[in-house]
Ligand binder design. Structure first.
Ligand SMILES: [Zn+2]
Length: 315
């Protein structure tokens, strides 16, 4: 359900679900004083008077000036457009489907069925989260449950683009360094090729909450990297799991491999533009990619479900 109310410019303003013109308690916390915010019709407000307006597109920006390392942190307009174009062609649909399958299985098994809050940290332009929300809503069992989907990204451009994908998701501009979420407020966190902050993930997850993590496998986009580099090095996997081993236990691990076959330069450049290789490659390597008309590569992604390990201490 979505509702609209008139703004002064006589444009429609769409508010994230759950929608109410009355003030409701929000799971968002104030980025300034960390108090719980109230969701008003057109803003989030904390008890100390810090106020964050909901933009006409339906997102809220709670990124503070000192959290920005540049004027426009995160993905630029060009990167967001490339990513949206590439993903809209369906090239990563098998990954999105695997993510959905894992998350819906976790939520189905979750015995705390009162209310689910699923947060995509580093959601970019919202492709995965919007597809997940649709799959949840149309699921025969889960669709009847109350759930809240939240997409967070540091790039305002990406979040603005994401609002076009779904009005049933709360889209928030924020930093992974300090998540604007109350303690123990989330059932699941989703992180697809995104920055990870173990301490913050632990803080915002409810007891036994889960983290769905998608990270590149050793041969991810190998054939693209062959075009770019003389010596292709396999992606290393060890770092995160070693650091997280006292906070999370891996309860499921799947390696997803699928072909990515592109037959035009636009799609190839869009993929290249959304990878970190774009920023790390030489001008000669750029030129080699630009000349490609066809590229057959493959995705190799680890999709892991981790469960929060409870600290052994008295509350
Ligand atoms: Zn405040």
């Amino acid at each position: 359900m979505r509702k609209a109310c008139d703004t002064m410019q006589s444009e429609k303003i769409y508010l994230p679900d759950p929608v109410s013109n009355a003030a409701t308690t929000s799971f968002l916390r104030c980025p300034v004083c960390h108090e719980q915010m109230t969701h008003l019709a057109q803003a989030y407000l904390c008890p100390n008077g810090h106020n964050f307006t909901i933009a006409k597109q339906g997102y809220v920006n709670v990124l503070l000036a000192h959290q920005r390392k540049s004027k426009q942190p995160g993905d630029s307009k060009e990167m967001v457009s490339s990513r949206a174009h590439f993903l809209d062609q369906g090239y990563y649909q098998p990954l999105s489907e695997q993510v959905n399958e894992e998350i819906l299985a976790c939520l189905t098994a979750n015995e705390q069925t009162g209310h689910e809050t699923v947060v995509d940290v580093g959601c970019g332009e919202g492709y995965c989260l919007a597809r997940l929300q649709e799959a949840f809503a149309s699921h025969s069992l889960l669709g009847r449950r109350s759930a809240h989907f939240v997409g967070l990204d540091i790039s305002k451009t990406a979040i603005r683009r994401a609002t076009r994908r779904s009005r049933h998701i709360t889209w928030v501009v924020a930093s992974v360094a300090s998540l604007p979420l109350m303690d123990a407020s989330c059932s699941m966190i989703l992180s697809v090729f995104a920055p990870i902050n173990i301490a913050e993930f632990m803080r915002v997850l409810e007891p036994r909450g889960k983290l769905l993590l998608a990270t590149p496998g050793p041969s991810h986009l190998y054939e693209l990297r062959e075009v770019l580099y003389e010596d292709v090095v396999e992606h290393s996997q060890a770092d995160f799991l070693e650091h997280a081993s006292t906070s999370f236990e891996v309860v499921r691990s799947e390696r997803v491999l699928f072909d990515v076959q592109m037959e035009n330069a636009t799609d190839i450049m869009s993929l290249y533009h959304m990878t970190p290789f774009f920023w790390k490659s030489s001008s000669q390597a750029h030129a080699r990619v630009e000349q490609l008309e066809v590229l057959k590569t493959h995705a190799d992604v680890y999709v892991r479900t981790l469960q929060k390990v409870e600290a052994h201490k008295e509350q």
